[in-house]
Ligand binder design. Structure first.
Ligand code: FAD
Length: 499
């Protein structure tokens, strides 16, 4: 039985990166926001390897950069890959991307308990009414829109909240997303499954690559190897979905077997011990995580983060897409609540930009899987893409994997934007060549990677947007979507573009 009904401007469901980002950016505009989170934080979550766009773009808008920096997370300068036919690992560094070069050409490997807790507490500090151990049960509906949410608090009593906007940021497992209508479509391509655990005392890559994520392909899939501190490492195997039964029956054996099949990770872990106690002591399995909803919003409600879509663990795009969606949704909500924008126009912009970022990464990640040429492997043969020809460059690659692809100034540090104009592609080719023979080969392979014409097309568009962004008047950004809106001067809402 319902005891009370409170009123808010906005109700956000879920306190992960998507929810905390949206809630804080709406509260910054002075609106009344409640955030319902089922767990008590800090809580465990996978998704530890971040991109610079989150760390230097979104975290800056959230006023939380100093705190993130002070948390002492492992600095990540890029990624190292034992991928494709070459036995040598090769690196990409965020610094190779003109959009990301400069003092902000790094991200972090984070313990998500700490990272998500910092973002949630930051939302509370911005005035969000954060309620933990509060589980949303369903969206409330009026005749033509979602009007709020029903939830239970720690005492188990059901309560209702009326809100002009509900944002579902409850991750992949929730059912609330159904309230927007449409359906969830699972990817035919990324039918993967992950089994993962934690190790103490694993080896490290040399020198500045020490904090890189290492992704290593082997005959049955690939492993991630993420240094979370000097001694703690997150290790996960991404395998074919068809092996679910075998893996569920013996998680530890399945992870061990994957490690034993992958020379570089096996060697790194030869002197390490698996953590068997506490939060990191469990071996976890995740599957059915590659999907997108056919609708991202309905009047009164929008989906952000994993509630809307997720692609695949390779390339660490999850938290980027989640925080980017949080930013886009906040702009749309703020635009509507201030009376400046009609809901359909504001959320049309949200969905168009969000889908575009998702789609480009989807194509890119597919192409990346396609790079591995293990002819006799069931896993790799199932991940062949057709039509990967004329492609872009290393430059495009590092920009994309750095999460600065959208070309949004909000996601790229201002100094990096200025600096990119001094980096010519010749400098870039130089930088690639300087990193050694293995890197050069990978550079060549990269030239073949961007098969989808959409990638190079949109990269060009991004460049012109960025150029106007630095030199142009007003907010400096042209609409990303034809006929669309541009970010407002404070970055927290949308405006009509200058005529
Ligand atoms: P979440 O982080 O899942 O947060 C959702 C929150 O909602 C949770 O706190 C939950 O308790 C709460 N909640 C759920 N239901 C309710 C309810 N009914 N009421 C109230 N609260 C509720 N991403 C990366 O960036 N880098 C990586 O290296 C990476 N590796 C990955 C590896 C694997 C195997 C997988 C599966 C994913 C990986 N990801 C990675 C993706 C990343 O985990 C997610 O994209 C990211 O956590 C999404 O954030 P979110 O805020 O949308 O959701």
């Amino acid at each position: 039985e319902v005891e009370e009904r409170e009123e808010f401007d906005v109700a956000v469901v879920g306190g992960g990166p998507a929810g905390s980002t949206a809630a804080a950016l709406i509260a910054k505009r002075g609106h009344r926001v409640v955030l319902l989170e089922r767990e008590r934080f800090p809580r465990y979550q996978i998704g530890e390897s971040l991109l610079p766009a989150t760390v230097h773009g979104v975290c800056r808008l959230l006023d939380v950069s100093d705190e993130i920096e002070a948390a002492g997370f492992q600095v990540k300068r890029g990624g190292s890959f034992r991928w494709g036919t070459s036995p040598d690992p090769w690196n990409f560094l965020f610094a190779l991307s003109p959009q990301l070069s400069g003092p902000t050409s790094y991200a972090y490997q984070v313990d998500r308990m700490t990272f998500d807790d910092i973002l949630l507490k930051n939302a509370a500090r911005h005035g969000v009414d954060v309620r933990e151990e509060a589980t949303a049960l369903e969206a409330l509906r009026g005749p033509d829109r979602v009007t709020g949410v029903r939830y239970t608090g720690p005492d188990g009593a059901a309560r209702e909240i009326s809100a002009r906007h509900v944002l579902d940021a409850s991750g992949g497992a929730g059912r609330l997303s159904r309230a927007v209508g449409g359906e969830r479509t699972y990817s035919e391509f990324f039918r993967n499954l992950a089994v993962f655990g934690y190790f103490e005392g694993g080896g490290r890559l040399p020198g500045p690559d020490r904090g890189n994520i290492l992704c290593a392909a082997f005959d049955q899939g690939w492993l991630w190897y993420i240094p979370l501190s000097d001694t703690l490492t997150s290790v996960g195997a991404v395998l074919h979905r068809d092996q679910a039964a075998r893996i569920q029956a013996d998680r530890e054996g399945a992870l061990r077997d994957a490690i034993d099949r992958c020379e570089i990770v096996r060697d790194f872990l030869s002197g390490a011990t698996r953590v068997t106690e506490g939060t990191y002591g469990e071996i976890r399995v995740r599957k059915d995580y590659s999907y997108a909803n056919s609708r991202f919003w309905t009047p009164g409600m929008a989906l952000i983060g994993d509630a809307a879509c997720f692609i695949d663990p390779v390339f660490s795009t999850g938290v980027h897409l989640a925080t980017y969606a949080g930013l886009l949704a906040a702009r749309s909500v703020n635009g509507v609540l201030s009376g400046d924008l009609d809901e359909a126009r504001a959320f049309g912009e949200f969905e168009a930009r969000y889908r575009r970022e998702y789609a480009v990464f989807y194509e890119f990640l597919s192409a990346f899987y396609d790079m591995d040429q293990q002819e006799d492997s069931y896993f790799w043969q199932a991940r062949k893409v057709t039509g990967s020809e004329n492609l872009t460059s290393m430059e495009a690659f590092t920009t994309l994997v750095g999460g600065a692809f959208s070309g949004e100034r909000a996601l790229v540090d201002a100094s990096a934007v200025a600096e990119r104009f001094s980096t010519s592609s010749a400098d870039l080719a130089d930088a690639v060549a300087r990193t050694g023979p293995a890197q050069t080969r990978s550079g060549e392979r990269m030239n073949n990677l961007f098969g989808a014409p959409v990638v190079s097309e949109v990269m060009q568009e991004m460049n012109s947007i960025q150029r106007r962004g630095v030199t142009g008047p007003g907010t400096g950004e042209a609409p990303l979507i034809e006929g669309g809106l541009v970010p407002s001067a404070d970055g927290l809402s949308w405006s009509e573009p200058d005529a």
